[in-house]
Design a protein around this ligand. Structure first.
Ligand code: NAP
Ligand code: MG
Length: 455
């Protein structure tokens, strides 16, 4: 009998559901089904594959509210965020439904014949998803993989499998053949690990911690298996004295506390030009105190609970009596894994809060002296995922954007993820890019064919 695993609602601490924890044998059987399904799926015409992706997008739209509510119960996301997330996976499917008929090769001039390239699917793709954005990250992996003609096995995080399971059901309702998309619930060390070691899984897409990502990459290297990694971050929110300080201060809490700071793109370091630091902190305080931490079902709530008791303990361990806490919000009473929005001043540039990913609502402020210092400080991290630059000087905005070693930057805003633009990290934040017009390349191999025209 398959073991079961309880899924907990992080806002109530009550059991929301019990889901199967699949074994190695279950995983191998699913990979074998995916392999069999690939033999026919890869030959489904581009137009028919596109139609299935579009149908799933329509179903995801029809079930937007149901999926959003499910995510609120499973992950404690605010209802507003959860609706956006369900909309994101819908849009990602709609976007990549345009891809099958546009997977163009090249015709390259050669003597004595014709040379053409094909973008061949890889086979079975394994997608490993973390708990922080269960629906979007699911979609970023599976939609382009399916569009390119691969079959997919997905492992959601043990803590947050419910929306992925529902998306898997909707895919069958949309008409995807059995075995083309399978959602396998269970432990990373069992199911996820098997995607890495199984020779019939042709590629792994992993999003999660740098530690597990390195382990996944090592395993893939042994089989020369391609891998995409989306890992951690310690992104800088760089605020220059010449910026609209009021606007920068008003936006800073959203840039780090959204999703309770459980965001790989969280701007968890505020780099502020020294001469305006006091003025900025005065403007920041009311914005931080206005962040409403409450029942995630309320549309007035800005921030819900953390994902689990274990994660709450980890986040809390970063702030102790030696930490210089500048501002701290409040949390509701009663059950739930709550942690308040917290702003701290770095004790020095070596402070662990400037280097380790908290993955919670804690932001660390550090002053800088000039533009060169700002760039150096922004780059004084192993990570390079995201970041923001606030300035009214266009030249400076571009110089600093080019100077920061990071995959996704925004100027005078905190936006960094759009499904139609590339997303991914420099340095230890990852390997490869997801989303955008070129994502299919990561799910295909280029084949070059020369045809002789000699008589
Ligand atoms: P995690 O512990 O690395 O887990 C991520 C996924 O990997 C989960 O599904 C997990 O399964 C699975 N896993 C665990 N051990 C594995 C193994 N040995 N082999 C294969 N898979 C394994 O990370 P997390 O705690 O869930 O998520 C937080 C981290 O993700 C943060 O560091 C954050 O920055 C990063 N993240 C990055 C991005 C990005 O796009 N760059 C996006 C979101 C999150 P179980 O947990 O179910 O066992
Ligand atoms: Mg983990």
């Amino acid at each position: 009998m398959t073991a079961l695993h309880d899924v907990i609602n992080p806002a109530t601490e009550l059991v929301e559901a019990s889901v199967p924890s699949l074994s190695l044998e279950d995983t191998d059987a699913a990979i074998a089904r995916a392999r069999r399904a690939y033999a026919t799926w890869r030959h489904v015409s581009p137009g028919d594959r596109a139609r299935l992706l579009r149908r799933l997008s329509v179903l995801l739209d029809e079930h937007n509210e149901e999926l959003a509510q499910l995510e609120v119960r499973n992950a404690g996301h605010t209802i507003g965020n959860a609706r956006w997330e369900a909309g994101n996976i819908r849009d990602v499917f709609a976007y990549y439904s345009g891809a099958p008929e546009r997977l163009l090769g090249q015709q390259i001039p050669v003597a004595g014949g014709v040379n053409i390239t094909f973008h061949e699917p890889l086979g079975v793709v394994g997608v490993i998803v973390p708990w922080n954005f269960p629906m979007p990250i699911l979609g970023w992996g599976i939609a382009p993989a399916l569009a390119a003609g691969n079959t997919v096995v997905v492992k959601p995080a043990e803590l947050t499998p419910l929306t992925a399971m529902r998306v898997g059901e909707l895919a069958l309702d949309a008409g995807f053949p059995e075995g083309v998309l399978q959602v396998l619930t269970g432990k990373g060390s069992v199911v996820g690990e098997r995607f890495v070691t199984h020779p019939d899984v042709a590629k792994v897409v992993f999003t999660g911690s740098t530690e597990v990502g390195v382990h996944v990459a090592e395993g893939c290297a042994r089989q020369v298996k391609p891998v995409t990694l989306e890992l951690g971050g310690k992104s800088a929110n760089v605020i220059f004295a010449d910026s609209d300080l009021a606007k920068a201060a008003a936006a800073a809490p959203g840039g780090v506390f959204d999703n309770s700071g459980q965001d790989c793109c969280a701007r968890s370091r505020i780099l502020i030009e020294r001469k305006v630091m006091d003025e900025f902190l005065e403007l920041l305080e009311p914005a931080v105190m206005a962040v409403r931490v409450d029942n995630p079902n309320l549309t007035t709530t800005d921030m819900g609970p953390l994902i689990s008791a274990g994660h709450l303990e980890r986040v809390a361990s970063f702030v102790d009596e030696t930490t210089n806490v500048l501002m701290r919000g409040t949390v509701p009473d009663g059950p739930g894994y709550w942690y308040p929005p917290t702003v701290v001043l770095a004790s020095s540039r070596a402070d662990r809060l400037l280097h380790e990913e908290v993955f919670g609502p804690v932001v660390t402020v550090v002053p800088f002296d000039d533009e060169a210092d700002a760039i150096a400080l922004a780059n004084a991290t192993d990570f390079g995922l995201s970041g923001s630059i606030w300035t009214r000087d266009v030249g400076r905005a571009l110089r600093v954007s080019r100077g920061i070693e990071s995959g996704n930057l925004s100027v005078n805003s905190h936006s960094s993820v759009r499904y139609w633009t590339p997303f991914g990290g420099f340095k230890k934040s990852g390997l490869g890019r997801e989303l955008g017009p070129n994502a299919l390349e990561a799910f295909t191999e280029v084949k070059n064919v020369f045809i002789s025209t000699d008589t």
